[in-house]
Each structure stands twice: as C-alpha cells, then as structure tokens.
Design a protein around this ligand. Structure first.
Ligand code: CP
Length: 312
C-alpha cells in the first residue's frame, strides 16, 4: 500500500483489525521497522487525538516525527494550476509538497471541508494537491470527505467488544451549535459496509448524507425506533449535505440520553459537547466506549504506517 486515503484502501478489514489488535498487545514489536525514517504531520485544522495518536504510532515503529500546524504557521498555499499569485497566497502546492517530501518518508495531512463549496470540498483540493505533487506516501488524517483513521479505530473498538456475530449498530445524528463536516460519518458508513452487521442510520429529515456513500443502508427518521435493541449507538453531528454546510435543526430531543441508550454501548469519535450531543450520565457511565475509541487511534495509525513502511 502506498497511500492511506480512504476506507477503500483497506484490502481486508478483518485482517487489518486483527493486526492492529496484535500491535496493541505489543506496540513496540516492530520498533526497528521505522528506524531512520521520518513522518511529517501537517495540520491545516485543530486536533488532539489525531495528532498525538499518529505521533505515538510512528514512535512505536521507531520513526522520527515532525509536526507542523500548517494552517497557522505555514505560508498560505495556492492550489490552482496557472494561478497569478498576486494576492494573499505566498506558496504553490507544487513547491510546498516537493519541499516537504525532501524532509520525510511519509506525509500525513489534516485538511477539513470548507462547508461553503461542496464541489471544491469533494475534489479534496489539499489532500489531492499533496498526492499529486509529493514524492512520498500520503496518509489522510481527516480530509473534506473522509476520516479513515477514525473509522479503522472504530472497527477495532467494535471487534474488541465481541458482543455477537451480527450486532445491531446505529449511526445517530445529534444536535450541535456549529456546522460540522461529514467526514467521520462518511468513513464510519463505508467501514460498516464492510462488516456483517444490522446497520441503521438515523437523522432528522434534511440531514441525508451523500447517497453515493449511504447506498443501500437503511435510514430511519425516528431515532427511538432506530435505536431499539441496538448493541452500539455511534453518535455524530453533521451539517446538511443537500443544503450544504447549513445547520437546519438543533432539536435537543435528538441528544443521546441514558434512557435512550438503554443497554447499548455508546460511541463517539470525540471531541464531544456534553449535554448538547450527549448527556453527562452516558459519557460518565460504563457503557461509553469513547476513551477506548481514542486509545485505538494509535493502533489504527500504527497498522497503516506499518503497511506503508513494509511497502517502501
Ligand atoms: N476524533 C478525532 O479525529 O479527534 P481530533 O480532532 O482531536 O484529532
């Protein structure tokens, strides 16, 4: 594997999950694999988990790590071919990606959706700019439309619970005051499509995600009905996809409560707004898997980096 850009880069989800769980049992087993290699983590947006877990994963493999908050520290990048750069943008992706490639063996990029221009977001301008012009493998640390490291960590977390052969998993929208991207939900759906599970998505009308991603997944507008007998409820806010980037609904009735959760396990990628998305009792209770999901981010990143290093 050269790049890790989407869930589609996983050739066998069960094998990757099993390898990640083996790495979790013995994180430094392949410490010599990354010796003398460097990963450069470029952040165009904020992060806690992705930054620290990817760094930890690289260190477990013996790599050196360089981190740059590109959004606040780097030059503003131009991505258009033939642009006359007489405005605010100081550096073209053509030079930037080539320069970064000289300093590292893998480059990892976080660049969120703008949520103002759907077409532009869906062309993945930043990620694809690096793929096109960098000479080293590229890892997606959350792009406009996907967060495949998170989804792989979620697959590890589901597997560890080992509740039953075909669990019921619900992806539920929840309210949020700000417009949030679709990336986590998209990748979670793509990952669930590789699982043997009874998978249901629930959200208010108007919050339908890209139908090319949701494909044949059951969508239920009644959250209570969707969550009935669920083994896992994965909660995430996203802004409208059809009315792109808009917050159409802040109905607090969609917040996840302990009563709604029942006996299900609770999942969320974090960060999460307490008592807006989910009430304290759920996050503080024993059915919450959020801390273990975050822990598994290290091993999802580590299996990805290990495969890239083995291929290079
Ligand atoms: N879940 C996740 O990607 O967290 P961060 O935004 O903190 O990296």
């Amino acid at each position: 594997m050269k790049n890790y850009l989407t869930i589609k880069d996983i050739d066998s989800l069960p094998i990757w999950v099993s390898e990640a769980r083996a790495l979790k049992r013995n994180p430094t087993e392949f410490k010599s694999l990354g010796k003398g290699k460097t990963i450069c983590l470029l952040f165009f947006n904020n992060s806690l988990r992705t930054r620290l877990s990817t760094q930890k994963a690289a260190m477990n493999l013996g790599m050196e790590v360089m981190v740059m908050n590109f959004g606040s520290e780097g030059w503003q990048l131009e991505f258009e071919d033939g642009a006359v750069m007489n405005q605010g943008k100081s550096e073209h992706i053509k030079e930037a990606a080539k320069v970064v490639s000289q300093f590292c063996d893998i480059v990892a990029i976080r660049a969120f959706a703008s949520l103002t221009d759907k077409t532009k977001d869906e062309t993945e301008v930043v990620l694809n700019g690096f793929i096109k012009h960098a000479s080293v493998p590229v890892v997606n640390m959350e792009s406009s439309v996907g967060h495949p490291l998170q989804a792989l960590a979620d697959a590890i977390t589901l597997d560890e619970q080992n509740i039953k052969a075909r669990p019921k998993v619900v992806l539920s929208w929840a309210p949020h005051p700000k417009a949030l991207p679709h990336a986590v939900a998209n990748s979670f759906i793509q990952m669930m499509q590789l699982q043997d599970a009874d998978f249901v998505i629930t959200h208010p009308e108007g919050y339908e995600l890209n139908s090319e991603i949701t494909k044949d997944v059951q969508i239920e507008y009644d959250q209570k009905k969707a969550c009935k007998n669920a083994d896992f409820i994965y909660v995430k806010n996203w802004s409208s996809y059809s009315d792109y980037g808009k917050v159409l609904n802040q109905d607090s009735n969609w917040m996840i409560t302990q009563e709604k959760l029942g006996k299900s396990k609770f999942m969320h990628c974090l960060p999460v707004r307490r008592n807006v998305v989910v009430e304290d009792a759920v996050l503080d209770g024993e059915q919450s898997l959020v801390i273990e999901q975050a822990n598994n981010r290290t091993f999802s990143a580590q299996v990805v980096l290990k495969k890239i290093l083995e291929n290079s």
